[in-house]
Design a protein around this ligand. Structure first.
Ligand code: GLY
Length: 353
């Protein structure tokens, strides 16, 4: 089996029930290969049975289970997966199915992209966050020393299968987690989508698959233009410079922030900085503030230095400067904008005051 690479094309994104999708054809292509399914404790309990009872080719698959949670997206856990693959005799022509949210697809993609210099993997995202962001666009990654996604590769999966049936098992917090990335896609590229999202009062009930698809398409279009983040793709990091710092800040605390929640707060702070530094109108800022504050409890430490230290590790930084994304207006985004500590400190103080 030949693995697609970025220089050729982005891999297929298939929407619909797995049983109708080209999933069965793909499994048939691996009929003489070993297949492993990577799950975490949650997808082990809620999603795995559907795969191993519904698809004959998976009845004997090797199941590898990770402990759930971002704190496990680390090298030590990768070692265990690599050892299991080695003991089970996996080789370059075998297949890894990543069945889970962002932690499973980020870590699974990373593990597969370097094991024996790379073997095929497929993402089956089971969370909204995974469907909207993590499983789309070919970034793999794990955290290091408390910093987010410090190790990783650009490697497209063979395909991503999005079966929204998996969302039925999601708790509300997980819906909000993914919703933040949808808001981000709208804020950076599509004011009409933003307006539609702000009308949603009950996220699980009122969020239609077509709206999710619209948000994902924004990401697909951006990644297609700049797969390895040389420029334009950086706008997908709106809210993430501060958001990742918040997520890392609280990672091993009693009050950890989920990725989407941290990004939502990061977007609010980066929108506030956009008012001064990119002429975002006060009216649009207030619309962003209202939407985010009504969906996400605000949790920000009064510790500009601590957050700044974390932001200095951000991958978008250049020449020793922290670089963020700013919104000149809803629906468009600037990347590579320099942020000074003083400006950050003032924004944080205004916010906490
Ligand atoms: N999550 C941002 C990106 O995929 O580029």
């Amino acid at each position: 089996m030949h693995m697609a690479s970025f220089s050729e094309q982005l891999s297929p994104l298939e929407w619909g029930p797995l049983s109708n999708a080209r999933f069965i054809d793909l499994l048939a292509q691996f009929s003489n290969s070993k297949i492993a399914i990577l799950v975490d404790e949650n997808t082990h309990d809620h999603c795995l049975e559907y795969l191993i009872t519904g698809f004959e080719a998976l009845a004997t698959a090797e199941v590898i289970m990770l402990p759930a949670g971002e704190e496990n997206k680390v090298l030590e856990v990768c070692f265990q997966v690599w050892e299991t693959l080695t003991e089970a005799g996996f080789g370059r022509h075998d297949l890894l199915l990543n069945l889970g949210g962002g932690v499973v697809t980020d870590l699974g993609g990373f593990v597969a992209s370097v094991y024996k210099r790379g073997f095929a993997f497929v993402h089956i995202p089971t969370s909204l966050l995974g469907m909207v962001d993590a499983a789309v666009g070919g970034k793999t990654g794990i955290d290091l020393a408390g910093y987010k996604n410090q190790l990783g590769t650009f490697q497209e999966p063979l395909a991503t299968f999005v079966d929204t049936g998996f969302l039925q098992t999601l708790p509300d917090t997980e819906w909000r987690n993914g919703f933040a990335e949808l808001l981000k896609h709208a804020l950076i590229a599509d004011k009409t989508l933003w307006e539609a999202l702000t009308q949603i009062k009950n996220i699980p009930l009122e969020l239609r698959t077509e709206t999710i698809q619209q948000g994902v398409q924004i990401k697909v279009d951006i990644v297609a233009q700049d797969p390895t983040e040389q420029g334009l793709r950086k706008i997908l990091n709106f809210g993430h410079t501060i958001g990742h710092a918040l997520e890392s800040y609280y990672l091993n605390s009693d009050t950890p922030l989920a990725h989407g929640h941290a990004v939502a707060i990061g977007m609010l702070l980066e929108a506030q900085l956009s008012v001064d530094q990119a002429n975002l109108s006060q009216t649009e800022f207030e619309a962003i503030e209202k939407c985010i504050k009504q969906t996400y409890p605000i949790q920000i430490p009064n510790d500009a230095e601590g957050l700044w230290t974390l932001m200095q590790q951000d991958k978008k930084n250049a020449n020793g400067e922290v670089r963020i994304c700013l919104l000149p207006q809803i629906g468009s985004c600037l990347f590579d904008q320099k942020l000074t500590f003083t400006d950050f400190q003032h924004a944080l103080q205004d916010f906490i005051a």
